[in-house]
Design a protein around this ligand. Structure first.
Ligand SMILES: [Zn+2]
Ligand SMILES: [Zn+2]
Length: 111
C-alpha cells in the first residue's frame, strides 16, 4: 500500500501517535491523511526503512545544526562528534538510538 499526499503529491509516511495508532503524514507539507493505516506488517517494515532514510537525511541536511559532544572517534583521533536520536522498532518495543558522526572524518556510529 502506497499513498500520496492529496495536496502536494509527495509520498506519505506512517507516523506513530501517542496512543500507538499510526497516521499517514506527508513529510513535505505535514498534511495528515484521513485514511486508516491498519496493515501492521507494512507498518513495521516501512518504519525501519523510513528511519534509515531519516538518518541519511539528517546527516545531509541538518548535520551542521546538530549538537556536538566530546567523544572519541573510532576511525581517527578526533574527539568531537555531532549526535542525534532516531526511533527504531526492535521486537515489540520502540527504542531510541543515538547516532554519532565524527566532525573530522565523517564516520557514523550508533550506541
Ligand atoms: Zn504534502
Ligand atoms: Zn573521525
Amino acid at each position: 500500500m502506497v499513498s500520496f499526499c492529496e495536496k502536494c503529491g509527495a509520498l506519505l509516511i506512517p507516523q506513530r501517535n501517542k496512543d500507538d495508532t499510526v497516521t499517514l503524514v506527508c513529510r513535505v507539507c505535514k498534511t495528515e491523511s484521513k485514511e486508516k493505516f491498519e496493515d501492521s506488517s507494512y507498518q513495521i517494515s516501512s518504519r525501519i526503512q523510513h528511519t534509515e532514510k531519516d538518518m541519511m537525511t539528517v546527516i545531509e541536511e541538518d548535520f551542521d545544526i546538530r549538537p556536538s559532544v566530546r567523544i572519541a572517534c573510532q576511525k581517527c583521533n578526533n574527539f568531537e562528534a555531532r549526535y542525534w536520536e532516531a526511533e527504531d522498532r526492535r521486537k515489540e518495543e520502540w527504542e531510541t538510538t543515538t547516532y554519532y558522526k565524527c566532525t573530522k572524518c565523517g564516520w557514523v556510529w550508533s550506541e
